[in-house]
Design a protein around this ligand. Structure first.
Ligand SMILES: Nc1nc2c(ncn2[C@@H]2O[C@H](COP(=O)(O)OP(=O)(O)O)[C@@H](O)[C@H]2O)c(=O)[nH]1
Ligand SMILES: [Mg+2]
Length: 222
């Protein structure tokens, strides 16, 4: 199979304060590299990675990474609007970056209307916990994630810990949302693209059917 062929394309955005390690996470996920002195992102960068979300279903994940000054409200509306997934990133050694997560979240939710973005919360630089540098506990991060109704994962771009897992957790969540109808394809919206919309309709119908079947009372033999 041609590795660049895909059935779906999902666009994700990286959100969070400057220096929390958003670009480093993308570099780790897409190239399996970590650079101590990574260039500051200039303009908007984007990264691509292909993922098989289930047997035979290839998704092209397109990640948009913000420009250097991720100051609150400095990013354009169109950047958020065409995304289906958002990775909210803070640094476990930087309290302010954690406090700003609620602002990033509110900002995105407001700007993407009428669309919806599915999120994951990432506590970055988990390798620094062992050095005694953590200032945000896992418990408070988990509590915030529960309040915002999203999963929480601790990650490290430096060691690679949970990077693949967290990105793919969100990708699978979006895929499930597509199958269930929670995420809808829409004309003029680039959050999700589908190479064969009829195939998706068929898959949805099969899924609905199998749900109905499992609900109907089991026949007893004999
Ligand atoms: N210890 C540690 N440092 C990291 C990690 N990820 C990024 N960094 C460092 O944090 C700084 C900012 O990273 P960068 O990816 O540019 O952050 P961005 O501004 O959010 O894109 C760089 O010096 C990185 O080397 C990590 O997982 N662990
Ligand atoms: Mg960056």
């Amino acid at each position: 199979m041609d590795p660049t062929l895909w059935q779906y394309q999902f666009r994700f955005i990286m959100l969070g304060d400057s220096t929390v390690g958003k670009s480093s996470l993308l570099k780790r996920y897409t190239e399996d590299l970590f650079l101590e002195s990574i260039n500051q992102t200039v303009g908007v960068d984007f990264y691509v990675h292909f993922l098989e979300v289930e047997l035979g279903v290839r998704v092209k994940l397109q990640f948009w990474d913000t420009a250097g000054q991720e100051r609150f409200r400095s990013v354009t509306r169109s950047y958020y609007r065409n995304s289906v997934g958002g990775l909210l990133v803070f640094d476990i050694t930087n309290r302010a970056s954690f406090d700003h997560i609620v602002d990033w979240h509110a900002e995105v939710c407001e700007r993407v209307q009428p669309h919806r973005v599915l999120f994951a919360l990432l506590g970055q630089k988990s390798d620094r916990d062992a050095l005694g540098e953590r200032v945000v506990s896992r418990e408070e991060a988990e509590k915030l994630a529960r309040q915002l109704a999203m999963p929480y994962v601790e990650v490290s771009a430096k060691t690679g810990h949970n990077v693949k897992e967290s990105f793919e957790l969100l990708a699978r969540r979006v895929y499930q949302g597509l199958l269930s109808g929670e995420v809808e394809l829409q004309e003029g919206w680039d959050g999700v693209k589908c190479a064969a919309p009829q195939a998706l309709q068929l898959q949805r119908a099969n899924l609905a059917q199998s749900k109905t079947d499992s609900k109907s009372p089991k026949k007893c033999c004999g």
